[in-house]
Design a protein around this ligand. Structure first.
Ligand code: IPM
Ligand code: MG
Length: 370
């Protein structure tokens, strides 16, 4: 039996705990059937941590994340905590983890699962077979830049300030992740910015071009203004392979890309750090959907994005490609068999609960695993 793989599980808020429970079924199945074992620790983050410990990201959670080989994250936030002061928002849970662990590359696939092509708001033939990935910078830019805050100017009026700052090293390292990834895919990177209006955007374009020329000349590179990229995503999404974006543009473009797949409840993501001197790479995996407080606690949330985040974790943190594929195939088979949670429900399909979706994935795994 190979050495234990250390996982930190952070269910968080809203539907997080419900969908995480279904991942546990998949993990149990893997331990039974795939001769692998995981050492799982659970921790608090977001509103759950605020309620229990008065802070959205306790030091203990950060320490446990550093100690783990990989973090499986649920989601944070909800109306219960909306009125808290800015420095105590549940969202700080994920922001601090990204920052403290140096998780600078946020990989967000937008994939149309074939059985769901009709669920998109776009025409099925525009999205059928869509498989693109957004590489979003996630520890810099306007999310963290100084100065920031709300102050009162000399006329007594309030002024809100955020600052977009990017150093060339920050741009270069995330660009490398995008180029590397493209080589394993269709070999094309579309780098987005607003070089026409932003100084940081001018630098972004220049640095991406330099990295490309020096290290990745074999990859096709295209530059696109971020607003145009939003438009192109809605009109001809299949022209893209890897989209590279800053923290803020990546936040917006990844929601857009995910929504147009019609499968928001299906999409996982990975956030990766640099490979350290000891070979260790911090990594966190989370679904793209949020905490969905409107449906939390009703047993109707779609657990597939969380389950597929676990598949991504196996692939990226443990090199377990075959196992990752098994899980992905099992999910696709359940969909092909006509099972649907409420978010992806279509006429003529069987509407099932969160738990039944989890059980169905495990049943499918039993069928397809040798
Ligand atoms: C995301 C979310 C977060 C972000 C929030 C919850 C802080 O929207 O992961 O896309 O803006 O990065
Ligand atoms: Mg977002």
């Amino acid at each position: 039996m190979p050495a234990n793989k250390k996982l930190l599980v952070l269910p968080g808020d809203g539907i997080g705990p419900e969908v995480m429970a279904e991942v546990r079924r998949v993990i149990d199945w893997m331990e039974r059937r795939r001769r692998v074992s995981f050492e799982i620790t659970e921790g608090l983050v977001g509103g759950a941590a605020l309620d229990a410990e008065g802070t959205p990201c306790p030091d203990r959670t950060v320490a446990a994340a550093r100690d783990a080989d990989a973090v499986l994250f649920g989601s944070v936030g909800g109306p219960k905590w909306d009125s808290l002061p800015f420095d105590r928002r549940p969202e700080l849970g994920i922001l601090r983890l990204r920052k403290d662990l140096g998780l600078f590359a946020n990989l967000r696939p937008a994939i149309v699962f074939d059985p769901l092509a009709d669920a998109s708001s776009l025409k099925a033939d525009v999205v059928r077979g869509l498989d693109i990935i957004i590489v979003r910078e996630s520890t810099g830019g306007i999310y963290f830049g100084e100065p920031r805050g709300v102050h009162t100017d000399s006329s007594g009026k309030r002024v809100g300030i955020d600052t977009e700052v990017y150093s060339e090293d920050e741009i270069a390292r995330v660009a490398r992740v995008a180029f590397d990834l493209a080589r394993k895919r269709r070999n094309k990177v579309t780098s987005t910015e607003k070089a026409n209006v932003m100084q940081s955007g001018r630098l972004w374009r220049a640095v991406v071009s330099e990295v490309h020329k020096a290290e990745f000349a074999d990859v096709e590179l295209e530059h696109m203004y971020a607003d145009n990229a939003a438009m192109q995503l809605c009109s001809r999404p299949k022209q893209f392979d890897v989209i590279l974006a800053s923290n803020l543009f990546g936040d917006v473009l990844s929601d857009l890309a995910a929504a147009l797949t019609g499968s928001l409840g299906m999409l996982p993501s990975a956030t990766l750090g640099a490979v350290g001197a000891d070979g260790k790479r911090y990594a966190l995996y989370e679904p793209i959907h949020g905490s969905a407080p409107d449906i939390a606690g009703r047993g109707i949330a779609n657990p597939c994005a969380q389950i597929l985040s676990f598949a991504m974790l196996l692939r990226w943190s443990f090199g377990m490609e075959e196992d990752a594929r098994l899980i992905e195939r099992a999910v696709e088979q359940v969909l092909a068999g006509g099972m649907r949670t409420a978010d992806i429900m279509q006429a003529g399909m069987a509407r099932i609960s969160t738990a039944v979706m989890g059980e169905s994935v495990v049943r499918e795994l039993d069928k397809i695993a040798v």
